[in-house]
Each structure stands twice: as C-alpha cells, then as structure tokens.
Design a binder for this molecule. Structure first.
Ligand code: NAI
Ligand SMILES: NCC(=O)COP(=O)(O)O
Length: 339
C-alpha cells in the first residue's frame, strides 16, 4: 500500500481541554512511526497537552513552536504545539475558559489551513453545548469551518467513514421531530451529489455507488407508513441518476447495513443523524472519521466526542484520532497530486 504524505504538516485543534482531545493528540504522536502518520502540530497549549499526556503515562517531549513552519523539524523528535491561549488542565470538568481555548484553537487552526500554512485541518472534539455558552452560534464544527471557508452550511456535507462503511447524514444536528420537515428532494440530491464528487476527488473512488436510505419503515410500504419515501426521496434518486450518478433507493434502512449489502455501495446516504451514525459507530467506532466534504480545505475529526467521563483516566482509545490524522494526510496529498 502506498502511503500518501502531504508536503506541509497538518494542524490539529486541541478540542475541549477537559475532554479526551489533548491526551489523544499526544497518544497519536507517540504512535506516529508505528502508524506511519504524516507530520502534524497541535494548536492549543503546550503545558496542557504535556499534562494530559503524562496522565496516561506518556512522558513525551512536547515543544512550543512560534509558527507552523517550525513544525516539520520538531515533529520527528517532539510533539510541536502552537500556543494560542491558556487554561488549566482539569479533565472531566469543562468550563468557560476551556471552551474559549477550544474555540480559539479551532479558529487559529482553520485560519492556518486556509492560508496554506498547514496541509489540512483535524479538529479535536468539542462539546457544542459548552461552546454555545460562550457565544458559539454554529450547530457544530462542520458549519463553523464551512463558514470560515465561505461555503454555505447546505454545501458542507458531513460524512463518517471507517474501514467497513461510509455514511452521509442529510440532516444532522436537529431534533428528530423536525427531520421530515427539513428533508427536501433538493437537499437530498445536492448533498448526495457533493458526496459523490468528493468520493472521487478526495478518496479516489472513480464511479461512486450511493445507497439512499428511506426515512420510514419498509420504505413507506406503499404509503401506509409515510409518504416521504415516494414523494421526497425517490425523486432525488431519480435526479441523481439523471445526472449520471450511480444511486439506488430509497432502500429500507434496516437491511442496508449488513455485510453483503454494504459491499454493494461506496456510501450510504441517510436521512437523519442516528440513522447514519449508529451503524458506523457499531462497526467502526475506534477507527471512525468525521470528514467534511465540499470544502476548499480538508477537514477531519475523530468520530467520537469529548468523553468527559473518561478524560485523564488513560482509557480513551486513540484509534479514531489516528485515523482522522491519516485520512486528512491522504486526502491532502491526493489533492496536491491532482493539482
Ligand atoms: N467531533 C466532535 O467534536 C464531536 C463532539 N461531540 C460532543 O461530545 C460531547 C459528548 O457526546 P457523547 O454523545 O457523550 O459522545 P462521546 O463520543 O463523547 O462519548 C460516548 C461514549 O463513548 C466513550 N468514548 C468516546 N470516545 C472514546 C474513546 N476515544 N475511547 C474510548 N471510549 C470513548 C465515552 O466514554 C462514552 O461512554 C457532546 O457535547 C457532543 O456535542 C460528539 C461527537 C463528535
Ligand atoms: N455527531 C457528529 C458530531 O457531533 C460532530 O459534529 P461537528 O462538530 O464535526 O460538526
């Protein structure tokens, strides 16, 4: 297997300092050689990351850098960190100062990637409710990064990807009761089309096969269990096919995710958050990556959240963070090669 390495280091934002983000950045650095990871630097606070690393027995060297261009030389022997603020390390005890540091790290890391000072953005997990307390008015980091890049939220598409499955939730961080009203033929069509284009551009899938899920049980059972499947989703699939995209559906969601079914598509287009995220977290929790499609930059994140309950205990597994770094590096290298 050829490992694609980007020319510049990646930027990784700290995430909420009370969560598992800081210690998993350190754990990923400790595994850089074994995992063949591309060079990266953290954006956050050196002392905090060092404390988080030591809590899990990682006595790794952590070095403050003044600018991203110092990261490549430091990375082979120490974890480079760009300091953007301070907060005490208090695992499992989120507060406004920590949320402010997380937001500052996200802002700076995003800006550095946009400027071309870093090859791609990997975001550490934040708690949306904690950031909302300090004025963050986006549903999540996806929409924040999209806005920073001048992309509308509709055109920034969340995909969760692991070794066994890729899923795209058409609606994301909304109440379940609102989903039927938010779904539209155009939203399903456009998110699917963006996903198909990104699978080709960033993942090297020449002719992506999309499996589009139904909303209702049994795909509506001829209208006996809801009308959205026939009236909203089926026309979107027809429009995708008319545009030359290999799309099928609406498919009953309960039989889309077993192994034989998964082998027939490259991504499942799902109608709501948990329809997409439950199967991938069952199959690939420890290697799942959240990637934003349709952006001018590459952005990935581990599939899990802040896990405040286990921060600082040494039990958080680094696999999803490692996978997010690897995927960001590969996608950035693929874009650089394509020109
Ligand atoms: N990429 C991001 O920024 C994401 C942020 N979140 C945020 O995280 C916060 C907590 O959300 P939850 O639903 O509790 O999800 P969570 O992923 O933080 O935790 C769910 C369960 O998985 C465990 N877990 C999570 N990561 C783990 C790891 N690396 N190793 C071992 N166990 C792990 C936790 O201990 C917990 O039992 C919320 O505020 C949410 O907004 C959630 C998902 C993604
Ligand atoms: N459930 C996915 C998630 O919460 C990640 O959202 P985002 O912050 O990456 O937009």
């Amino acid at each position: 297997m050829t490992v694609r390495i980007p020319l510049l280091p990646l930027a990784i934002s700290l995430g909420d300092p009370a969560g598992v983000g800081p210690e998993l950045i350190a754990a990923a650095w400790a595994q850089r050689e074994a995992e063949g990871l591309p060079p990266f630097f953290a954006v956050g606070n050196r002392d905090l990351i060092e404390a988080a690393a030591r809590s899990r027995g990682l006595a790794i060297p952590v070095v403050a850098i003044a600018a991203p261009d110092e990261a490549a030389a430091v990375f082979p022997h120490a974890l480079p960190v760009l300091d953007v603020g301070t907060a005490p390390w208090a695992p499992g005890q989120p507060d406004d100062a920590g949320a402010a540091l997380a937001l500052r790290a996200l802002e700076v890391a995003t800006s550095l990637v946009k400027q071309g000072a870093a090859a791609a953005l990997v975001t550490g997990p934040i708690a949306k409710s904690r950031l909302a307390r300090i004025g963050f008015n986006q549903p999540g980091q996806t929409e924040f990064v999209a806005e920073a890049c001048g992309i509308t939220p509709e055109n920034a598409v969340m995909m969760l990807a692991g070794p066994n499955l890729r899923v795209v939730p058409v609606t994301v961080h909304v109440a379940l009761r609102d989903v039927p009203f938010l779904l539209s033929t155009e939203l399903i069509r456009s998110r699917s089309a963006i996903a198909a284009a990104a699978l080709t551009r960033d993942f090297g899938v020449a002719n992506p096969r999309l499996a589009v899920a139904a909303l209702n049980p049994h795909a509506g059972e001829d209208g006996r269990m809801g009308h959205e499947d026939a009236e909203v989703i089926a026309p979107a699939v027809a429009a995708l096919k008319a545009a030359g995209i290999d799309a099928r559906g609406p498919l009953p969601a309960d039989t889309m995710f077993h192994a034989e079914a998964r082998a027939t598509y490259d991504a499942a287009i799902c109608m709501y958050h948990d329809q997409a995220l439950i199967p991938i977290k069952v199959l690939d929790f420890d290697e799942g990556v959240n990637v934003t499609l349709g952006l001018p930059i590459i952005r990935t994140s581990p599939d899990h959240g802040t896990a405040f309950g286990i921060a600082g205990t040494g039990t958080a597994r680094p696999g999803a963070t490692v996978a997010a770094i690897r995927m960001a590096g590969e996608c950035a290298a693929r874009r650089a090669t394509a020109g």
